[in-house]
Design a protein around this ligand. Structure first.
Ligand SMILES: [Zn+2]
Length: 150
């Protein structure tokens, strides 16, 4: 018999290096600004920003501020909890901010999630939502506390 795996448990806090692109995005959030960047070749606008356009293989170093409103393109509701996550149920949506080419994933609050069969009608694709900012902002994605229908 050969033993090839062994179960271990890690529970640790650590710091990750954000890099220049994500660092700038997070700094913007502290000032209630949603910063995006744009590909100089294909003109797609990325939020969250990315250092390179994966289609054109060029740096995306043109920055712009997007409005904090957009439309829901897709969403799901989490009915099960996981460690470190919010208490379910909660909704997470792919939100296309006005002017963005990509989707920003974030929580959407203000929905009645008591009936799974009634959720879809509350948040059809195209529903306009806006960011609700956290009172205290520290440079992390939850500086936007959540989005809500507008
Ligand atoms: Zn491109």
């Amino acid at each position: 018999m050969t033993i090839t795996t062994q179960r271990v448990h890690w529970d640790l806090n650590y710091d990750i290096h954000l890099g220049a692109t994500w660092g700038r995005f997070m700094a913007g959030l502290t000032e209630q600004k949603i910063l995006a960047n744009k590909c100089p070749d294909c003109a797609r606008v990325f939020v969250p920003p990315q250092a390179y356009c994966e289609s054109c293989f060029v740096r995306t170093d043109e920055w712009l501020e997007l409005p904090s409103e957009g439309v829901v393109e897709a969403f799901t509701v989490a009915w099960q909890s996981f460690r470190g996550g919010p208490t379910p149920p909660y909704a997470i949506a792919g939100i296309r901010l006005d002017g963005a080419s990509t989707l920003l994933m974030h929580y959407v609050h203000g929905l009645d999630l008591s009936d799974p069969n009634a959720v879809r009608a509350q948040l059809p694709v195209g529903t306009r939502v806006g960011a609700v900012w956290a009172e205290e902002r520290t440079g992390q994605i939850l500086d936007i506390a959540h989005f809500a229908k507008i």
